[in-house]
Design a protein around this ligand. Structure first.
Ligand SMILES: [Zn+2]
Length: 320
């Protein structure tokens, strides 16, 4: 294995990225309670989430917050849920309180990714799988913490070296930059997804590996001429997450975005290329393989990498 000047040590996970290889031998397995939960338990939990959402929306019902609280208060204490919630870092009671708080604070807003209460419930329940896996890792509290952490790799540097197989763009921060984006959208609507772009263009190595794999699978399965996978969000600070939440987005806390292990990928924009079905299939296949937790959030799908996934893999997948 070659060692290059770009080798980076990732202290808390113990992963070493050397010459763009993740060295599996150098990594002790993450023995947190959450990481030790079997994938079959997570699959059972996911099915229980689908069941409870079906119960809430059965026969065309539109659940009220009060009804949802009642149903969740009963169902979340059942074994299919507690198998996951009991292994989250602050325990099952705190997890249930967190879920009920998300449900109570639900507000219908146009920019809210959870466009109805049932979707919001599904998202907060599935987010607990991220918490199971990464809830023990201290989050980046402020934007300065994101910039200062040695745990995240700079996507711009990797892209310059041809090591990023997906599209993204950064937030336009200046007035001029925003004006250019607006003009671009008017001149060529559909040229790029309607998102603000990345506030921080950085992510954990394992996540970049997985996103590159997903991008390669998508490129193989999507109709010819489809643009590359488009990543709309990666790392966030807790402060930024709170800001998104105050704007009405379903930006939950704790969040795997705030520890660098989650990304959002554009879905709706790929409909014009008739490629959204292929992207869904690729994401679900990676979830079935146990690499990721995937949450349908409407326009974007959320992808969180599982502890231990993505190791010993090249940042750029081999050509098949
Ligand atoms: Zn997300």
């Amino acid at each position: 294995m070659s060692i290059t000047s770009r080798a980076r040590r990732i202290p808390d996970g113990g992963t070493v990225v050397t010459g763009w290889l993740l060295d599996a031998e150098a990594v002790a397995d993450d023995l947190s309670a959450g990481a030790a939960r079997r994938l079959s338990d997570v699959a059972v939990y996911r099915q229980a989430v689908a069941d409870v959402v079906a119960e809430l929306t059965g026969r065309g019902r539109v659940p009220s917050v009060a009804m949802a609280e009642r149903v969740l208060d009963r169902r979340l204490r059942e074994a299919d849920f507690t198998v996951v919630l009991s292994a989250t870092p602050s325990g099952p009671d705190a997890a249930i309180q967190r879920i009920l708080r998300d449900v109570r604070s639900y507000r219908r807003r146009s920019q809210n990714s959870a466009n109805d209460l049932a979707a919001m419930i599904r998202i907060t329940l599935l987010t607990q799988i991220d918490v199971l896996w990464w809830g023990h890792v201290p989050p980046y509290k402020t934007d300065a913490d994101v910039f200062a952490t040695p745990n995240l790799l700079d996507l711009d540097a990797l892209r310059r070296d041809g090591k990023v197989a997906f599209n993204y763009r950064r937030q336009a921060t200046s007035l001029l930059g925003r004006a250019v984006r607006t003009a671009e959208r008017a001149a060529a609507p559909g040229h790029a997804p309607a998102t603000v772009g990345l506030r921080f263009a950085c992510a954990r190595a394992e996540l970049i590996v997985l996103l590159n794999q997903i991008a390669a699978d998508f490129a193989r399965l999507a109709p010819p001429g489809t643009p590359r996978l488009w990543v709309t969000s990666v790392a966030r600070s807790v402060a930024y997450q709170r800001q998104l939440r105050s704007l009405g987005y379903a930006a939950l806390l704790p969040s795997a975005h705030c520890v660098g292990y989650a990304a959002d990928v554009e879905m709706t924009w790929f409909r014009q290329f008739e490629a959204d079905h292929a992207l869904r299939a690729v994401l679900i296949a990676h979830q079935r393989d146990g690499d990721v937790n995937v949450i349908d959030e409407g326009q974007a799908w959320h992808v969180c990498v599982r502890p231990g996934a993505g190791r010993a893999l090249r940042l750029i997948p081999r050509q098949r």
